[in-house]
Design a protein around this ligand. Structure first.
Ligand SMILES: CC(C)(COP(=O)(O)OP(=O)(O)OC[C@H]1O[C@@H](n2cnc3c(N)ncnc32)[C@H](O)[C@@H]1OP(=O)(O)O)[C@@H](O)C(=O)NCCC(=O)NCCS
Length: 391
């Protein structure tokens, strides 16, 4: 396998539900990040051999094939640049990076942009389950009788609670983790740590006036025990609240991957090398445990131990998920989501894999650290994981 390098990364700020990104069409937003990703390295867009996009709710403006629509709607890309769309639930755009890696490592392609996008202000959770057939009948759900007989129901809030119970994660630990997530994201924002990764992006303020933001809209720096204690418990759970959950949000990200040969030919500097990829399936009933099981697998592939990793980005779908992961994998908490996670920075589901990768790679650069491990739990019980090495 040939080495594959990341040579450009960029993301929009994350926008809150019905927040400043609310009017964007998904393909225009992905178009803006791929335009910027190639601009940053002065790459001729016609050299890009594919755009692989991860989006969960591939319907309406996010439907057809966002990977193809984005270069068609971007300002710099010729029609010769194709695109495709993948769905691995919340791991979709990390899987887009992994597929791009495979195509380049195998020598089939030399330059691919992996992207992620989800506009949850328009297409919120389960938006793909509620439509109608042309007959007018309900569209149906993929969870057929043979699934429910084998696995029962699935619900992410219940899963978060079950994981907390099984791994003996307390509500107090979750509160502390949520407070740290917002505090770290706020510190990263005011410290300018996200400056390199964020594309200042136009949008609308509450009144509908045009604005440009270069910071994430979702961070609540005043999050405290007092504010968290007052939030109402979510249905069916013992103590999961909005304050210890990721939020419904909008955003897009892009990662340019390249073969070593092409990178040298174009005289580009690498940001990171992909060391190893893995993906696993885990119990769909409790669906959010995947990062626990994929971590040993990806570490083994990389020939590394957990303590060799400098930074972990484990998606904060709900506070118990990274906490149970850290406990089970015996990971150093001081390396986990150091600039905040999805509780503070939102979780535009299809975008999150690429967003976490972009943040991890830029933080490796800022700290001059070596390895970052990125993983996300997903619906259906899965988890992709990728280890990046700063180069
Ligand atoms: C958890 C969830 C149901 C909450 O939805 P919601 O009730 O619409 O969420 P909101 O953001 O409006 O928050 C509810 C309240 O908590 C408050 N709140 C949330 N986080 C807070 C914080 N850190 N500090 C203080 N207050 C907070 C909000 O201000 C709001 O209060 P209000 O009703 O007085 O305005 C929703 O965010 C969700 O589904 N998250 C999980 C997403 C998911 O499952 N993704 C896939 C992962 S597998």
């Amino acid at each position: 396998m040939d080495d594959v390098f990341v040579v450009s990364t960029v993301r929009t700020p994350v926008g809150k539900r019905n927040g400043y990104l609310r009017e964007w069409m998904a393909a225009d937003l992905v178009g803006s990040v791929i335009d910027e990703a190639v601009r940053r390295i002065d790459l001729d867009p016609s050299l890009v051999e594919d755009v692989i996009n991860g989006t969960v709710y591939q319907i309406g403006e996010q439907g057809f094939d966002l990977g193809r629509m984005a270069p068609l709607m971007a300002s710099k890309f010729p029609i010769s640049v194709p695109g495709m769309s993948v769905n691995r639930q919340c791991g979709s755009s990390l899987s887009a990076i992994q597929i791009a890696h495979g195509m380049i490592a195998s020598g089939n392609m030399e330059i691919i942009i992996a992207t992620g996008c989800e506009m949850m202000s328009k297409y919120t959770l389960q938006s793909d389950l509620n439509g109608t057939l042309s007959s007018g009948d309900p569209m149906g759900t993929p969870f057929g009788e043979s699934y429910t007989k084998k696995h029962g129901g699935t619900d992410q809030l219940l899963s978060a609670q079950m994981i907390a119970d099984k791994w003996e994660i307390t509500l107090e630990e979750c509160w502390d983790f949520a407070i740290a997530s917002h505090a770290n994201a706020h510190q990263a924002t005011i410290g300018g740590y996200f400056k390199n990764e964020i594309l200042p992006t136009a949008g609308l303020d509450k009144e509908g006036n045009p604005i440009v933001r270069d910071t994430d809209e979702t961070i609540r720096p005043n999050t405290s025990l007092e504010t968290l204690k007052d939030l109402k418990v979510l249905p069916g759970t013992k103590w999961i609240t909005a304050g210890i959950s990721s939020t419904i949000t909008d955003g897009a990200s892009a990662v340019v991957l390249m073969s070593e040969k092409k990178m040298k030919e174009l005289k580009l500097q690498p940001m990171a090398r992909i060391v190893a990829n893995a993906v696993i399936g885990s119990e769909p009933e409790i669906m959010l445990t995947g990062p626990i099981y994929v971590t040993p697998k990806v570490l083994k592939k990389a020939g590394l131990k957990i303590n060799d990793i400098d930074l972990f980005e484990i998606n904060e779908a709900f506070a118990p998920i990274p906490l149970a992961w850290a406990k089970d994998c015996d990971a150093d908490m001081s390396k986990l989501n150091v600039n905040g996670g999805a509780m503070a920075l939102g979780h535009p589901v299809g975008n999150s894999g690429a967003r976490l990768a972009v943040t991890a790679i830029n933080e490796l650069q800022r700290r001059k650290a070596r390895y970052a491990l990125v993983s996300l739990c997903t619906g259906g019980g899965m988890a992709p994981a990728t280890i990046f090495e700063r180069t």
